[in-house]
Ligand binder design. Structure first.
Ligand code: C5P
Length: 312
């Protein structure tokens, strides 16, 4: 008798940058209310799932693979387990091999781990023919992490709550970016905690109690006016990220000096994102940043792109 072929499925999900990140005060649950504009770019994580012996095994290749956890702390593993629980799949009897191909740096402010989780949610849903649908998957995503719903959703979207409540935002045209990767990692909780410390030293601490995204950014996205968009990019976490990784300051400065239209730390960093006029301009800024030695690597990307999707 010929053995049945092992079923394998593959999904991918994009990295994100934050075009604005407005942080409110610390909530009793340890999160901050925020208002952010998420923007998905064409740098993808790929997750491949195959049926295997009972349990979940994970292998990670690529960018930063050596520092990615392979146990329950891995967001893709948590995502597969969440789909199994919801779909009634008994992992003591059926198992899955997870292979993650990483292109997004780890703990870099680009939601690489969230992209792994989003791709794994879709792939597990397909592997077990669970047909949970986007609404149920989005609910599982929100339990996994604040950015995971956006990694599923993609495009350009307003994120509120702790980032998990999404409203799609209309935008005109494609945006060209340079992403400059730092040489280390910044853990998100550390950067939020540093912001809290910095605010506590101010005469009026606490940030906006009901954070909102500045309307000039929303207008610039709608109209596609690049100059207005460049002027409207902002990130409340940037001073905290720079306090923890002072080299970021030089990287931002050098990108501006290289002619970038705008320079901003992505999320909690340490990636810096630079807005360019077009593809050729982005390529020029990337070369200059690399030559100046202010980052580990610089890549060009465009957005917005779609969220997590099956690719095989
Ligand atoms: O949701 P996620 O697991 O990505 O959050 C990681 C950590 O980042 C949280 O435990 C919290 O310390 C911080 N965070 C926050 N406010 C948010 C999102 C994340 O303080 N809105």
């Amino acid at each position: 008798m010929t053995p049945l072929a092992t079923r394998t499925v593959t999904a991918r999900a994009p990295a994100k940058v934050n075009l604005a990140l407005v942080v409110g005060p610390l909530r009793p649950d340890g999160f901050h209310d925020l208002a952010t504009v998420f923007h998905a770019v064409d740098l993808y994580e790929q997750v491949n799932l195959s049926e295997g012996p009972p349990g979940i095994r994970v292998v990670v290749h690529g960018e930063g693979a050596e520092i990615v956890p392979t146990g329950p702390g891995n967001l893709a593993v948590a995502a597969v387990a969440a789909v199994a629980a919801r779909a009634g799949v008994d992992l003591r009897r059926r198992g899955v091999d997870v292979v993650i191909a990483k292109r997004v740096p780890v703990a870099a402010g680009l939601a690489g781990g969230s992209a792994d989780a989003a791709a794994a949610l879709l792939a597990a849903d397909r592997l077990w023919r669970a047909r949970l649908g986007r609404t149920q998957l989005a609910a599982l995503a929100a339990n996994l992490g604040s950015d995971v719903p956006f990694s599923l959703h993609g495009g350009t979207a307003l994120g509120t709550g702790r980032g998990e409540v999404l409203t799609p935002l209309p935008s005109t045209g494609s945006l060209h970016w340079v992403l400059a990767f730092g040489s280390g990692q910044l853990a998100t909780p550390r950067v939020f905690a540093e912001l809290d410390r910095m605010r506590a030293r101010l005469p009026d601490p606490g940030g906006q109690s009901r954070p909102g995204v500045p309307s000039p950014l929303l207008a610039a996205l709608r109209s596609g006016d690049l100059t207005a968009l460049a002027a409207a990019l902002s990130n409340d976490l940037e001073p905290a990220a720079i306090a923890l990784a002072p080299l970021l300051h030089r990287c931002l400065d050098r990108g501006r000096a290289a002619g970038a239209m705008a320079a901003v730390v992505s999320g909690s960093g340490p990636t810096c994102a630079f807005l360019a006029r077009d593809e050729a301009h982005a390529a020029g800024v990337a070369v200059e940043l690399t030559d100046q030695g202010v980052c580990r690597a610089a890549v060009t990307v465009t957005g917005p792109v779609a969220g997590a999707a099956m690719t095989g």
